[in-house]
Design a protein around this ligand. Structure first.
Ligand code: CA
Length: 722
């Protein structure tokens, strides 16, 4: 009898846990529900009727700089964030705007951001909206009016390249936010503030500081210090930024923080004698009252590959050996899919989703990966390492359906060439921390002839080169069994950059947008594509769903951007039609979706002015280095890029070049001044390089035009696994 009771209770508990999973009419945080499953219990829109899904409303956003947030909907009000932490509050049934908030940002912050001006969402709690602006200021806004209730500068050192792109997380009476910047020169941390006043409650640094500065801030950091060389490059900061996932778990009163990569990238440069370098690339469970560590799990010890652990987590329960087990599902950049016990951080399962050569598996007894330095330590020799620094997975949210028991996620199977950059510069504040050179797999064969001879020789001798030749990359939407990592079904994508967030629903549907601007609905059980809506705007962000006055809607923020944003893929809607960012909403029996017009055909570059007086080939060469070291992260000099193609400058721009670059003449357009970092002669050298580029571009394009050939590059395709 006792056993039957226990069994009944277990069944009831499991049923209870199941019924709580997923969002209902409201979608209360960017992840949908407390577990951030990106799953909805709504099934008015389902696999039977999804073909009737059509346009409900749109809000055009005055930017072309990329959308990554998933909106929140509470009581018929949608609140979401856009570039640099702008906030929009709308009527979720009509798209009518209630208010918008635009933080004032010093454009110089753009110089220290790796991956665009995006923002991944707001937290909404008790009538307050919390958002982190790109410049590191955390705002609390009044949900009804958008009025600023309080603001706090979360940045500890304004001389370093800190920024915020992630969503804040509310845990009880505190709101917690991290930051970005581990591509530059920062020491990562998260800070908790009182939700009512903005007063700081605690701060947790993710990596230790220079022991010469005195004791660490906490015993947790004293423990971490043991895993670093005392002679580490403390001046660079160590990295470890928590730029995306911070996840509150009320069941165990813990806040799980996903910690980012190390800075500099290679452990040999960062911590010369090696070490695990805690808490880089770890999930750290913090006590939300104190900021002390309850447990941690390091996914990538001694990171050298930019394998952040910041990717979104899902909290749920899985039936493991007959026991309903509270788990955290995590698929970070490093290629493993982890199932972690939320009670203690123990790894229950860790399966490789993609080909990898930095580790050969995870020892479940210790939780440690079996490292394979002979194929991944690029301080020894240049190496083609799998997966890529772009990540087997990245920030694009995955969805978990308790109905199918499957995870739905974008998965990238691709490697990259890594080598110690011969041009590595000593640390400079607000400069890209370029100790490692990275070439994505699809580009390796193209750049091979131009690589330094020793790098080229190492690549040609690499056993991985054949793999790159056969299949440079595969990008898929996959349905995955979380405990085994097995792919149940998959849908191949057209380009490796074609990765996007996912929504799963109780209507047996999986929604995902794509680079070409389509919103796709799939059968959650077999991956059959049931419906496609052409929107004409590239989609990266996760769709979400909600119900107002008995009508279910599906909404998504559309716009190309994020990591690699400055290069616009040839296949994308952003390339064909520009990148008008929008919030789009759909409903059953909606109308036709408005599609932006195609851009006009490309014209040959205008004639450049004569070369600057006194210009030598050496000056142009120096200008090239300065351009790629300072400007190239934003200005890709591609015809359809989101910022001006500087090979197509008109005469007035050339005439004002010094004023624009040094004095910040176009600051209002987001182009900061550089007079503190670049001298007049530096800027002349950059200008000379660009005049030369413009001359060559014009000559090439006039020639193509004469021969009747298109000026656009051909559409690239990638080989996929199926
Ligand atoms: Ca990174």
């Amino acid at each position: 009898m006792k056993q039957i009771c226990a069994l009944l209770i277990a069944i009831l508990l499991a049923a209870c846990a199941r019924s709580q999973t997923g969002a209902g009419d409201d979608w209360t945080n960017p992840g949908g529900d407390q577990g951030k499953t990106h799953f909805s219990r709504l099934d008015d829109i389902n696999s039977e009727n999804v073909t009737r899904l059509g346009f409900a409303w749109e809000l055009r956003l005055d930017t072309t700089r990329g959308m990554e947030a998933t909106p929140v909907v509470i009581d018929g009000v949608m609140v979401t964030s856009g570039v640099a932490g702008r906030v929009y509050a709308l009527n979720a049934a009509t798209g009518e705007e209630h208010w918008r908030f635009e933080p004032e940002i010093d454009p110089r912050v753009h110089r220290g951001t790796c991956c665009d001006m995006v923002n991944r969402g707001v937290a909404v709690k008790d009538g307050r909206v919390f958002v982190g602006a790109l410049d590191g200021v955390l705002y609390a806004l009044d949900l009804r009016t958008g009025r600023v209730l309080w603001r706090v500068d979360t940045i500890v050192d304004r001389n370093r390249a800190y920024s915020i792109t992630g969503a804040p997380e509310v845990a009880g009476d505190v709101v917690i936010i991290g930051n970005g910047g581990a591509e530059f020169d920062v020491r990562g941390y998260v800070t908790a503030y009182d939700v009512r006043t903005g007063r700081e409650r605690w701060r947790f640094y993710t990596v230790p500081r220079d022991p010469a500065q005195g004791p660490q801030e906490s015993p947790d950091l004293e423990a971490a210090l043991e895993t670093w060389d005392p002679e580490s490059r403390w001046d660079i900061g160590g990295g470890g930024t928590a730029w995306d996932t911070i996840h509150y778990d009320p069941e165990f009163n813990a806040v799980y923080v996903g910690v980012g990569n190390g800075g500099p990238y290679h452990v040999a440069r960062r911590s010369p004698s090696g070490g695990e370098n805690l808490y880089l690339c770890s999930i750290v469970a913090l006590d939300p009252r104190t900021g002390r560590v309850k447990w941690h799990y390091q996914e990538t010890p001694g990171d050298s590959w930019d394998y952040t652990a910041t990717q979104p987590m899902v909290l749920t329960r899985l039936d493991i050996n007959g026991e309903s087990t509270p788990v955290l599902l995590h698929a970070p950049k490093n290629g493993f899919l982890y199932v972690i016990d939320r009670r203690n951080g123990r790894v229950i399962a860790a399966n490789a989703l993609v080909y990898m050569n930095w580790a050969s598996g995870v020892d479940l007894a210790t939780g440690r990966p079996n490292l394979t330095p002979e194929t991944s330590n690029y301080a020894l020799r240049p190496q083609i390492v799998f997966p890529t620094a772009a990540g087997a997975r990245n920030w694009h949210p995955m969805a978990f359906s308790p109905e199918t028991g499957l995870l739905y996620a974008s998965v990238l199977d691709m490697g990259n060439l890594l080598f110690m950059s011969p041009g590595a510069k000593p640390h400079r504040v607000r400069a890209l921390n370029n100790d490692a050179a990275i070439v994505f797999a699809g580009d390796i064969l193209d750049v091979l002839p131009s690589l330094p001879p020793p790098v080229r020789a190492a690549v040609e001798a690499s056993p991985e080169l054949a793999r790159v030749r056969n299949r440079p990359a595969s990008q898929e939407l996959r349905a995955i069994d979380p405990l085994t990592g097995r792919t149940v079904w998959s849908v191949p994508r057209a380009a490796w950059q074609d990765r996007a967030g996912v929504l799963a629903t109780a209507g047996d549907l999986v929604f995902q947008g794509d680079l070409m601007g389509r919103l796709n609905a799939y059968d959650a059980r077999d991956g059959r594509r049931l419906h496609t809506i052409e929107t004409g705007t590239s989609i990266l962000a996760a769709p979400m769903t909600y119900r107002v006055d008995g009508v279910q809607y599906v909404a998504v923020m559309a716009g190309w951007g994020g990591g690699g944003w400055s290069y616009v893929p040839r296949q994308s809607a952003a390339y064909e039609r520009g990148n008008q960012n929008r919030i789009l909403a759909f409903r059953l029996d909606g109308g036709a979706t408005p599609v932006p017009d195609p851009l006009p055909p490309l014209e040959p570059a205008p004639a450049p002015p004569p070369q600057l007086a006194g210009t030598t080939p050496a000056r142009i060469e120096r200008g090239r280095d300065l351009f790629f070291g300072n400007c190239g992260i934003c200005h890709s000099n591609q015809a359809r890029s989101l910022l001006p193609d500087l090979r197509r400058m008109q005469r007035p721009t050339h005439d004002l070049f010094q004023e624009i670059v040094r004095e910040g003449l176009y600051e209002a357009n987001g182009m900061p001044g550089w007079s503190d970092l670049l001298s007049r002669e530096d800027v002349d050298a950059i200008h000379a390089f660009l005049i030369e580029e413009q001359r060559r571009t014009r000559a090439r394009e006039l020639d193509l035009q004469r021969r009747g050939q298109p000026l656009d590059p051909p559409r690239a395709t990638i080989t996929s696994s199926n």
